[in-house]
Design a protein around this ligand. Structure first.
Ligand code: ADP
Ligand code: MG
Length: 566
């Protein structure tokens, strides 16, 4: 069986097909989403998911989230005494999903389809595949997130050719993609969005609002645990306001508490600017795809933040109709990946559906030009394959020598959108000898060919110079060898991961630790007492007693949390 995985910036989810129905797989804690968070505790034990998310508040220096943003880079994240690359942290999340799926299906899970943002470049795609391998998975295919969403909404089952726009507002990013299915071939026509706009910004807007409505004294305001609690209260209020029209937020003010009632209307006013920012990326994607809203057959809303009524309203206004939406929009991508996994598993069906990708960033070469006043402008970027071109793609541009008697000519290939090459990413280059002639008399054709596997072929051909050269750019930086993968897999395997059968106990403990930091007075003491009692019970190691106590403990914490975020 092949499973589908959404490896998200904020949350991840694994799903399978059960009797042909895409089904989310629950976590060890009974929910569905695994927060994409990893933490290393004082004893060097690694925690993943919900328990790790609790520690974002209590131990931020040993806890990391949002590492998807670093995929494909060489940047390292320090957690305590250890250093991790983004793909290592992702591998830990994938391992946790794999373990949940194995427990649920009662069978080993090895083959998966993993979704990635449509704009991921090949470095980022390779890092995602690597994360899968490090987690002991065989990644049968990467699928674009919007394609997964469209599959869940049946784009492959329609008999007519159709165009879908996928509007994905997650925790930290807003992604717009336009997909077209034409004669059975699905292609991403355009991608756009805002990589710094997501549900978390709405929470932040509420943090500001609450801070104004119930100002804390200066000492409290500077306290990191106050900031954490404020964020927590804001996140809760935000979620509640997706289904209620008002919510009471309680915050400490000195030794007492302040209760403020937040209405949906006030919340929406506080976020009006954020909602407005959703507009431009949609318009740009439509322009890039040369489409009008009326050309779209379906608009699909995806991502946890599309649960907010104001976001759905904006979408309805922009498109002049009600978009399609799964009841749990934060499960759409994983469920769609499970549909894709089903197609991959039945090779035959998948052949009908060739997923074409677009090249997410422009690829081109550096050129110099005369500025018309006797000078030379260099470092200019000449795009050859423009962003959003469907791949495989092959384009050629002709360059000319710029100086009389010039004998050497350098070709450098860049990826990016900036006018100056120095601001784009350098992919590779080579130098040619050319016969000395008058300026403009030696011509060089530079052909770029970009294939679905992200391999860029550079063909250089000059009749005058009598040269044909080829440069293959397989990666944008540091290709990882098999030995290296094996070494890193062993390193990850050697990490002490928190035992799964104790994961639930650990979650309750971590949550209580967080509440202990957030609450004050009698409530705080109660949490302290519960913590002591539960620790004693854990030491007695009686599974039944532990289960009963854990249930009571969790219910008590629920009560404290619901009654008052502080
Ligand atoms: P990602 O794609 O970034 O992994 P998700 O699609 O899971 O993220 O969306 C996470 C975002 O959705 C968070 O900002 C979270 O606060 C928000 N969210 C989840 N549930 C709700 C809700 N009921 N109301 C408003 N926002 C929500
Ligand atoms: Mg997502």
């Amino acid at each position: 069986m092949v499973l589908g995985i959404d490896l998200g910036t904020t949350n991840s989810l694994i799903a399978c097909l059960r009797d042909g129905v895409p089904t989310p797989i629950p976590t060890v804690h009974g929910g569905y989403l695994t927060p994409s968070v990893v933490s290393v505790d004082q004893d060097d034990v690694v925690l993943v998911g919900e328990a790790a998310r609790e520690r974002l508040f209590t131990d931020p220096l040993r806890t990391a989230g949002s590492f998807k943003r670093l995929m494909g880079s060489t940047e390292e994240v320090r957690l305590g005494s250890r250093r991790f690359r983004a793909e290592d942290l992702s591998a830990l999340v994938l391992r946790s999903l794999k373990a949940d799926a194995e427990a649920y299906l009662q069978a080993p899970v090895t083959e998966v389809v993993i979704s990635v943002p449509a704009y991921f470049n090949d470095q980022q795609r390779k890092a995602t595949r690597l994360a899968g391998e490090l987690a002991g998975l065989t990644v049968r295919r990467l699928i674009n997130e919007p394609t997964a969403a469209a599959l869940l909404h049946g784009i492959h089952e329609r008999d007519i050719d159709s165009k879908f726009l996928v509007f994905d507002l997650g925790g930290g990013t807003f992604d717009v993609s336009i997909l077209e299915r034409f004669s059975g071939v699905m292609e991403v026509r355009a991608t756009g969005g805002d990589s710094f706009l997501g549900g978390d910004d709405f929470t932040e807007a509420l943090v500001q609002w609450i801070g104004k409505a119930a100002p804390a004294d200066a000492r409290a305001a500077a306290d990191p645990s106050y900031r954490a609690a404020l964020r927590f209260a804001a996140e809760t209020a935000k979620r509640e306001l997706s289904t209620h029209t008002q919510w009471d937020v309680e915050m400490p003010r000195g030794a007492s508490r302040a209760r403020v009632t937040l209405t949906l209307a006030e919340y929406e006013l506080a976020c009006a600017r954020l909602v407005e920012r959703l507009r431009a990326p949609i318009e740009r994607a439509l322009r890039d795809a040369r489409l009008r809203t009326t050309d779209l057959d379906e608009i699909v809303l995806v991502g946890g933040a599309t649960r907010m009524p104001m976001v759905r309203r904006l979408a309805a206004q922009l498109f002049g109709r009600l978009p399609a939406r799964h009841p749990d929009p934060d499960q759409t991508i994983a469920l769609g990946a499970a549909v894709a996994a089903g197609l991959v598993a039945r090779d035959a069906a998948f052949e009908e559906l060739v997923l074409a990708d677009v090249c997410p960033h422009s690829l081109g070469t550096a050129v110099a030009e005369r500025d018309g006043q006797g000078g030379i402008m260099s470092d200019l970027f000449l795009p050859i394959i423009e962003r959003n071109t469907v791949v495989p793609a092959s384009r050629v541009r002709t360059l000319f020598t710029i100086n009389d008697q010039q004998t050497r000519l350098r070709i450098d290939i860049y990826q990016g959108e900036a006018r100056l090459c120095s601001k784009n990413t350098h992919l590779g280059g080579l130098e040619l000898s050319v016969p000395p002639r008058k300026a403009g008399e030696v011509r060089v054709d530079v052909r770029l060919t970009y294939d679905v596997n992200g391999i860029l072929d550079v063909d250089i051909d000059s009749e005058e110079a009598g040269v044909k050269r080829n440069l293959v750019i397989k990666k944008l930086a540091g290709e990882v060898s098999d030995d290296e993968i094996e070494r890193r897999r062993r390193e990850l395997a050697a990490l002490r991961i928190h035992p799964r059968d104790e994961d639930e106990n650990r979650l309750v403990l971590e949550r209580a630790e967080r509440l202990f930091e957030q609450l004050l007075g009698a409530e705080r003491e109660r949490v302290g007492d519960y913590l002591k009692q539960f620790t004693l019970i854990l030491e007695r190691q009686d599974p039944h007693e532990i289960r009963v106590a854990r249930g009571e403990f969790a219910r008590a914490l629920d009560g404290l949390e619901r009654g008052s975020p502080w």
